[in-house]
Design a protein around this ligand. Sequence first.
Ligand SMILES: Nc1c(C(=O)O)ncn1[C@@H]1O[C@H](COP(=O)(O)O)[C@@H](O)[C@H]1O
Length: 174
Amino acid sequence: MAKLVGIIMGSDSDLPIMAEAAKVLDQFGVEYEVKISSAHRAPEVTIEWAKGAVERGLEVIIAGAGVAAHLPGVVAAVTPLPVIGVPIKAGALNGIDALYAIVQMPSGIPVATVAINGAKNAGLLAVQILASTRPELQAKLVEYRRKLAEEVQAKADKLQQLGIDGYLAQKQQG
Ligand SMILES: Nc1c(C(=O)O)ncn1[C@@H]1O[C@H](COP(=O)(O)O)[C@@H](O)[C@H]1O
């Protein structure tokens, strides 16, 4: 399968979080490219990467950045591809600054913003976008959701069986 998703982040310090998006894509068998670049520190390289994304065959971009997180918006400004922004928890404001910077895009250039450090959901959202034209991915998503629901049901059954104190005691034991 060709590389369909581009993952870009502002710094290698974002990598531990952004790796969670890559992990989801691995899980669904979606190939991707990964890039460290910065709209602030390396603007030309960033813009060149984003401008070439369509030609390279990418269909979705996941862009993560912390603090004054302009990277996702700058990428979105130069590509017609959907951009999913991941605000990274970093710096004195713990990601609130990044969240606001990414989510408050001016009208006309959207960035689909997930939660602070929400790289896993960014990966899932990318899979969902790709799945709209790929039945095999759609089927995997249905199965993924079925397992999630099964896990919730297992917890509900256990709580019913053990009661609150028993449940918490068992949870504490790990
Ligand atoms: N927000 C941006 C941009 C950008 O938006 O272009 N470039 C780097 N950064 C962010 O700066 C934080 C600290 O970076 P360093 O750890 O390299 O100092 C990172 O979270 C990065 O995403």
